[in-house]
Write a new protein. Structure first.
Length: 142
């Protein structure tokens, strides 16, 4: 029997790449989740963006469709809610400090060979590796 578990990640990656490419081609802008979320919530100079709302709505609808198809989320949360909130706030701060998130820099910026995005993505990955090492091996896990 063949194992087709690679279909879900492959499909997700293709859809992310397609949407990011189309967003750049049709709008001339980089598709970063943090920037689109900010524009959808009206936290940018242009006010609430219909395009941002549509993009975020599509992300949520896609997740809901997969959940409806599978009937379960397929993940287990093992961290404390406080740690998750603190982590989310730190990620949010980092995306503002780095002028973008992993989707903007890692997916779109690397595809355009942007030196700034290369540095940002390397920084994300190094900090992530250090964080995992510290929390799992030095502090004892959360």
């Amino acid at each position: 029997m063949m194992n087709f578990h690679f279909i879900w990640p492959l499909s997700g990656g293709l859809l992310i790449g397609l949407s990011a490419g189309l967003y750049l081609l049709l709008n001339g802008r980089i598709a970063g989740i943090s920037g689109l979320t900010a524009s959808a919530l009206g936290w940018t100079s242009g006010g609430v963006s219909i395009l941002g709302l549509g993009f975020i709505g599509g992300v949520l609808a896609g997740a809901a469709a997969v959940f409806a198809l599978l009937g379960h989320a397929g993940l287990t949360i093992t961290s404390s809610p406080i740690l998750l909130v603190v982590g989310g706030l730190l990620v949010g701060f980092g995306t503002r400090l780095g002028s973008g998130c992993t989707s903007g820099h890692g997916v779109c910026g690397l595809a355009r060979l942007s030196p700034r995005s290369m540095v940002a993505t390397m920084t994300f990955m190094i900090v992530a590796a250090i964080t995992v090492y510290v929390t799992r091996h030095l502090v004892g896990g959360f």
